[in-house]
Structure formats: C-alpha cells, structure tokens
Design a binder for this molecule. Structure first.
Ligand SMILES: [Zn+2]
Length: 390
C-alpha cells in the first residue's frame, strides 16, 4: 500500500471496532454464558449453588472471582456454569446464545470449544452433548441472520488434561466432523498445565494425525517453553492455545534488536498460530498490563498472532473489548485489526477454500468499507475546518 492512500493512523472508534469483521479461534462455551441465562437455567434445572440470584450481581461475582488471583475461586466459576449445562435444552440455549452474542459483536467466524465429558451429570451421552451444542450453534446462526448478522460457528471438542478420556473424545471429534451445515472442526486439550503434560495424551494426538484431523493444545499459558515444545514436537499441535510464553525464547537487546531462540524461530518460521487471549492473561498473571502484553512484540515480529476472548463471562470481555484495549495500548489501526483477523481466518480448521472465501468475501471487504468510511470522515472534517478558517 502506498503512502498517499495508506490510511495509517486510522484509529478505529468503538463503533467501528464492533462493526469490523472479527475472527475468533479460542473461546470456551462454559466461559461465555449470559448471567441471566445462568440464573434461568439454575431455576429450571434445580441447581441450588449459585452465589448470587440477581443476574447483575452474579455477573460481577464472576469477574471478581476470576480476578481474585485464587485458583480455587477461579475454578469455582466454572463449576457453576458447567453445573447449569447438564441438560439438552440448557446446552442448546447456551450454544445458541453464544453464536448470537458473538455475531452481535461483529464476529463472522468462531471456533468455540467445550469438554463433552463435563456435561454428563444429567444423564446425557457424549453424543447427545455434541448434538445439542451443534443444534444450538445452528439455531444461533439462524437468529443472527434474522438480525442482519452473518456468523459461522464451528465446535472444538476439548479433553481435560487431568482426565483419561482424551482418545475417546478425539474419536468423538472425528465422528462429528464433515457434517453438512457445520459440525466439529477440531480437538483441544485444556486444564492445569503443571503436572499434566500433553504427552500423557499422545494416543489421542496420534489417532487424530492418522485421521488427518486438526487439533490445538492449551500450552505456554502459565507453564512456559517446555509445554510449548511438547505440544509442537511431541504431540504435533496445529495451533497453540495461548502460546504467549514463547516470549521467553525471544531476547530484546539493549540496542532494540531482537534475537529469537530455536523454538521461537520454529514457531515463527512454520507460521504456527498463537491463540493469544490478552484479558485472560492479565487475570491469571501471565501479563501485567495490556501495554506490556507480549502481543505487541509478537505482532511486530510477524508471528502468526491472533486475538481471542478465552472466557467472555469471567473476563467481562468480548472480541471488541479485546481490540479496544489493544488499540489503546498499541495504537492499532484498522490495518492491524485486519491483519489479526486474516491471521485467524488463515489458521481456522475449516477447509482451505472456505477460509479463502471468508477472507476474500467477508473479512477484506468489511475492512475496506470501514477504511473508506474513515477516509471520508477525515476528508469531511478537514474540508470543514478549511471552510471555517477561510
Ligand atoms: Zn482457554
């Protein structure tokens, strides 16, 4: 792009950030419920352990518990959301609202993950859980379309690191891929990193590789380089869930030059996608502030960085909120937002031709429109001031 036309410095407004087409790869279904829905579902399903009965107070309780720095309280938040997601109707509703909320926020493509094994307490089978969530996503896509938004949502099935069902869940993910209209697009491993290395689940990853299927692994959030190295070189992950600690293998010298270690070079050379989640990292202490978040350096060094929400309820966030923080911290423009969105779309687990169509037919035209709007506003305000001076 030439300097005459380059809308550099196109700082987007909140409204433009919301309307910009965004792509989300790392979002947990049980981390994104509406507080009002939790209250409704608790009443309907007889769940009696909620700390607050009022939706507004409950929303605040979730954010404060997640902010508290106590792992126990943080994990307690998920016991409540998972606690009310044990029936078919509850799963359909939560998934539908998830798709609706993301679409309302300007997300055009999302991969949303959940662990089927955590939704069996009400007597559902693993298959029934997957089918209920798929149905909810399709319903949410339909409702979004009726409201003038287009979104496509794919599911990632998560296995828990501390449990022993990874192969079973990987087989489940493989069975529900290739569904007409949308289905399960990949697999993930989540849960405490320390003490539960991904190599415990090698059978699941080897199975998925043999099936030519895709997977991401939560790695390099709290635990650092060994976890990233294992996820890539032992397990063969296509993407890194977080991966933010790759920063530990990058040295910024006193003169500003940068030296990458072998692992960081590998990650960048192979264009391995990093599912970065800034707000979530601030809550868990993986970063001290948005301005100090490694995403700034990783973007400058052209890693395949993407922006994600992780747990919208616990972090009180959305894709727009994440970008608002980054625009403020790093002065990002619409060009930067487009770069992150194209990165994410390139890294999605749907087929190449469909990713390309999303980039060329949805993401790029969306940003082009916003940029021309921005230029128009600039021109209008400049000619306005000239007229006033004249
Ligand atoms: Zn996560």
């Amino acid at each position: 792009m030439t300097s005459q036309t380059a809308p550099k410095g196109t700082t987007p407004s909140s409204d433009q950030i919301r309307r910009a087409p965004k792509v989300l790869l790392h979002d947990h279904l049980d981390g994104g419920l509406r507080p009002g829905t939790i209250v409704d579902l608790a009443r309907e399903t007889g769940y009696s352990h909620l700390p607050e009965a009022d939706p507004d107070k409950l929303g605040i309780w979730f954010r404060e518990a997640a902010d508290s720095g106590s792992l126990e309280r943080y994990l307690e938040t998920f016991s409540h959301t998972v606690g009310v997601m044990q029936t078919r109707d509850a799963l359909v509703r939560v998934a539908a609202e998830c798709a609706e909320d993301l679409a309302e926020d300007g997300v055009v493509y999302a991969e949303v993950r959940y662990a089927p094994e955590q939704h069996l307490e009400g007597g559902l089978s693993l298959e029934e859980v997957v089918e209920a969530v798929n149905e909810g996503f399709r319903e949410g896509e339909r409702r979004a379309r009726a409201n003038g938004h287009r979104i496509r949502v794919g599911a990632l099935l998560t296995a828990m690191r501390h449990a022993a069902r990874a192969l079973e869940i990987a087989e489940l993910a493989n069975r529900y891929r290739d569904l007409a209209g949308g289905g399960v697009v990949g697999f993930d491993i989540a849960g405490a990193e320390a003490g539960f290395p991904p190599t415990r689940h090698l059978d699941a990853f080897e199975y998925l590789k043999r099936e030519n299927n895709h997977f991401t692994i939560h790695a390099g959030e709290a635990f650092g380089l060994p976890s990233i190295w294992q996820a890539l070189q032992w397990c063969g992950a296509d993407r890194l869930g977080h991966g933010v600690r790759i920063i530990d293998d990058i040295q910024v010298q006193a003169d500003g030059s940068v030296k990458l270690g072998r692992l960081a070079s590998y990650v960048r050379d192979k264009r391995i996608p990093l599912e970065l989640c800034p707000s979530s990292n601030l809550q868990t202490g993986a970063a001290a502030s948005y301005a100090e978040h490694p995403i700034g350096l990783l973007r400058r060094l052209h890693f395949r960085a993407t922006v994600n929400t992780d747990n919208r309820l616990m972090s009180g966030t959305s894709m727009s909120r994440e970008f608002e923080h980054l625009v403020e911290a790093f002065g990002y423009t619409l060009d930067d937002m487009q770069w992150f969105s194209v990165n994410a779309m390139k890294s999605a687990f749907i087929p190449f031709d469909e990713r390309l169509a999303m980039i060329n037919d949805v993401v790029k035209p969306g940003y082009a429109e916003l940029k021309s709007e921005w230029l128009f506003q600039q021109t209008a305000s400049t000619s306005g001031s000239v007229a006033a001076e004249g």
